[in-house]
Design a protein around this ligand. Structure first.
Ligand SMILES: O=C(O)C(=O)C[C@]1(C(=O)O)C=C[C@@H](O)C=C1
Length: 393
């Protein structure tokens, strides 16, 4: 099972000095194959900074809801493990990147959340012997890969009940990482509370907004008010550290174990088939194969006009390529476009279309489809071509 870095490694001295912004590897120019470095860099200790109080968890605080998050990490008294124990590494935020280490011995995989989050389980499913590295925000996980702090990031992109995680769609385009795989994880939520607390004692529950949405029916039946936190495990940690009697958490059974909470109810999601799909991101793309089922993710934009989206999707239909997902997001730097027809006077929203299709980039049909799409798309980027996770089928 994957463990936190600080459990297995004492801080090592950096061989090549501190990681600074100037050490960053420039992104690979579009269309060029990325170059692998001949020797891996080593950095100063990552988790050393987690116990340094000068490095605050600012990302989480910014989004903190009604509950007091500020002091959560400082005064969390655990019966078994102290707050400074490496068992409770503080999530990495991008301000802490100058104090990190990678000795190259195990694959380091960033995820958003604290220990016990579903994203950690997804990272461990993708890479069973990895060092799962907690990050406070999605952006921090992207940056950790870009700055060579970690080797991969595993981030949620969609859920079978709650739908898309739009933030990660937007970040995919803002960063230059490649999708190298996907992981599907069965998400089984539990209602957690402190020992001695009964369901009737609860007034409210804390959790990640997606988790609260996935348990909508159950929570409504129980008449509980809801408050959102950055991740499910953080809400368990909060309920435990504050010894709350009227507040529960919606989180995993492993979060219950880690933070010493009681499981009041299991499988409280509205549908037993509650699956979250995560993307695995890396600095370099993988070489697409055809020996097993592959999927390709792209993003494009189009001119305004009747049937343009129909035409774009037809490039796949014409070649018998199945689409598994389409998502549209506003084109942020150009959200409104005036109509070409001056008399009309109307303005259109401009969109980016994210499409996943079932073919490898090594497949001639996929190459032809994208060549065809490029003829009229105003923008096109291949986000990655990667093996399909068939473990849930
Ligand atoms: O909060 C967590 O535990 C997460 O890993 C995040 C997340 C999400 O963003 O969708 C992941 C899986 C579940 O769908 C609920 C929450």
């Amino acid at each position: 099972m994957a463990t936190a870095t600080s459990l297995v490694r004492s801080p090592t001295t950096s061989l090549s000095g501190k990681f600074t912004l100037s050490d960053q590897k420039p992104p690979t120019p579009p269309g060029q194959l990325p170059q692998y470095p001949t020797q891996r860099r080593r950095f100063t200790p990552l988790f050393a900074s987690f116990h340094d109080d000068s490095s605050s968890n600012s990302g989480s605080k910014k989004n903190a809801p009604a509950v007091e998050l500020e002091k959560l990490l400082d005064d969390a008294p655990y019966d078994v493990v102290s707050k400074d124990s490496p068992l409770h590494p503080r999530p990495l935020s991008s301000t802490q990147f100058s104090n990190s280490v990678s000795d190259g011995s195990r694959l380091r995989v960033a995820y958003q959340g604290v220990r016990g989050a579903y994203s950690e389980a997804a990272a461990e499913k993708a890479y069973p012997n990895c060092e799962a590295v907690p990050c406070d925000q999605f952006d921090a996980a992207f940056e950790a890969v870009e700055k060579w702090i970690v080797d991969r990031a595993v981030l949620p992109i969609e859920n079978s009940l709650g739908g898309s995680i739009h933030r990660n769609y937007d970040l995919l385009l803002r960063h230059s990482l490649h999708i190298v795989g996907e992981v599907k994880l069965a998400v089984r939520h539990c209602l957690l509370a402190n020992h001695g607390v009964k369901v009737e004692d609860l007034q409210r529950v804390l959790s990640h907004p997606q988790a609260l949405a996935q348990c909508e029916n159950t929570l409504t039946k129980l008449g509980l008010s809801r408050e959102a936190l950055d991740d499910t495990a953080l809400s368990a940690k909060y309920v435990a550290s504050k010894k709350l009697k009227d507040t529960g958490a919606v989180a995993s059974s492993s979060a219950a174990l880690i933070y010493g909470l009681n499981i009041l109810a299991q499988d409280i999601q509205d549908d037993c088939d509650n699956i979250t799909r995560f993307l695995i991101l890396a600095r370099e793309p993988i070489i697409p194969g055809i020996e097993k089922p592959f999927k390709t993710s792209i993003v494009f934009s189009l001119e305004e006009g009747p049937g343009v989206l129909f035409k774009a999707l037809a490039v796949f239909a014409l070649r018998q390529i199945n689409l598994t997902k389409i998502e549209s997001r506003p084109l942020r730097n150009q959200p409104l476009r005036a109509s070409d027809d001056c008399n009309n006077g109307s303005k259109y929203f401009d969109y980016l279309f994210y499409v996943d299709f079932e073919a490898s980039m090594a497949d001639q049909r996929a190459q032809n489809a994208l060549r065809h799409l490029k003829e009229f798309a105003t923008f096109l980027r291949v986000l990655g071509s990667y093996p399909v996770d068939t473990t849930m089928i």
